[in-house]
Design a protein around this ligand. Structure first.
Ligand code: ADP
Ligand code: MG
Ligand code: MG
Ligand code: MG
Length: 390
């Protein structure tokens, strides 16, 4: 490892670094607060007289159930590189990167503290009317322009080689695709769910579908993924949306990012009473509609592959993306319910009876998504899926 000057920053040394880099003058009174959750990375917010910045630093390990799991510091470089690429296509939807230091595994970026993390806002009852339009746009641009439809194959191969991210892909492969589907130690669920969990573990068709999806994630290097597009990686307000935290970025199947986003909206829907779910279903439909319309428009205007003149091919590509997105959403819902990393949407339901009921619904919905044979994006699809959780 080449990070010879690496040491984890403290609130004091973060200020020193920010001043050395001239974000603040030497005399300026600045405050610094570590605002990350501290499991994988440190996040410092440094505020001076006129401006504030964020310094995110990777730690060389992840704290997982009390133990340390070594993790390459290269993911800081992956994260800042991904932010810069996304910034070329959708500058209004990602934080600006000001500086990166690979030795220190540091990215210095725009402070987005005026926005709220979407998961938290949704839990608190916010609607974010533009969230799905913005995320559909983010997905279409970042995924189209890094795929063979929007980027010459030789350039795409070169880009792919810059996103070799084995440690973080290993986390996804284990925690999303393997462990929740068998009796692995990393799983974490209430005893009241035992029977529902065993039904999943004993369902051979479901496991075969998960195996296909895992194999697609491993082998199908379609486009540069964000890789961790849950609602905790999105800052939102009534008018703005910013996608953060692409440290899991790697080449993979386009449906993966879309499916993770769908799943986290569905997990939020499950946590709510029925009257307040519709807005989230609408967000899912809008995300897909904006994604597919924008992806199609980019295909017509900016495609680089000879076969993109065939419109039937575009339709087939989009149908496959949708089918995989639905399956990936199923994996994500199940792993967020019984795997290692849960979501506050469900775990935060204080009443135990309600919480267990919601988690059982989540497992039912995840199963339905994995077993659903979606050949086309027909209007009844949403109805049928959403009825599963009613
Ligand atoms: P991790 O990879 O450890 O999950 P994140 O990039 O998701 O780190 O950041 C963790 C938290 O730090 C976020 O939930 C948010 O509260 C805060 N944060 C991260 N980036 C910014 C930013 N650019 N502006 C303001 N706060 C941020
Ligand atoms: Mg602190
Ligand atoms: Mg994060
Ligand atoms: Mg992260």
């Amino acid at each position: 490892m080449s990070n010879k000057n690496y040491a984890p920053l403290t609130e004091e040394s973060a200020i020193t670094l920010a001043k050395e880099l001239a974000y603040f003058t030497a005399e300026e009174h600045v405050t610094c607060e570590e605002i990350g959750d501290g499991n994988l990375n440190l996040v410092f917010r440094i505020k001076g007289f006129e401006r504030s910045i964020i310094i995110k630093q990777a730690l060389p390990y992840a704290k997982v159930v009390g133990e340390s799991w070594p993790l390459s510091l290269k993911r800081a470089e992956i994260e800042s590189h991904a932010l810069r690429i996304q910034g070329q296509y959708v500058p209004h939807l990602v934080p600006k990167v000001f500086h990166e230091d690979h030795d220190l595994a540091v990215t210095i970026m725009e402070d987005l503290s005026h926005l709220t993390i979407a998961r938290k806002g949704l839990i608190d009852g916010e609607d974010y009317p533009l969230l799905s339009t913005h995320i559909g746009t983010f997905l279409a641009h970042t995924l189209f322009f890094t795929s063979d439809f929007g980027l010459h194959a030789s350039k795409k191969r070169e880009l792919d080689s810059q996103f070799c991210n084995p440690d973080l892909c290993d986390i996804t492969e284990g925690l999303v695709f393997t462990d929740p589907f068998g009796p692995y130690e990393t799983n974490n669920f209430e005893p009241a769910l035992q029977e529902d969990v065993e039904q999943i573990w004993n369902n051979v068709s479901l496991k075969e579908r998960v195996a296909q999806l895992k194999y697609s994630f491993l082998t199908h290097k379609e486009a540069l993924l964000h890789g961790d597009l849950h609602t905790g990686s999105i800052f939102a307000s009534e008018t703005e949306t910013k996608v953060i935290d692409p440290e899991f970025a790697c080449f993979g199947p386009i449906g993966f990012d879309i499916g993770q986003f769908f799943a986290n909206l569905l997990l939020q829907a499950i946590s709510r009473e029925e009257e307040r779910q519709a807005v989230l279903f609408t967000h899912i439909e809008t995300t897909w509609n904006v994604f597919s319309d924008t992806f199609s428009a980019l295909w017509h205007q900016h495609s680089v592959d000879a076969y993109t003149t065939l419109d039937t091919w575009r339709i087939a590509v989009l149908a496959n993306i949708f089918r995989e997105a639905v399956g990936f959403a199923g994996c994500e819902i199940i792993r967020r319910t019984i795997g290692l990393a849960h979501v506050a949407d469900l775990d935060g339901i204080e009443d135990e009876t309600r919480r267990i009921h919601a988690k059982k619904q989540a497992l039912k919905l995840g199963t339905a998504l994995l077993l659903h044979d979606v050949n086309t994006v027909d209007a009844q699809f949403y109805d049928r899926i959403f009825k599963t959780i009613k």
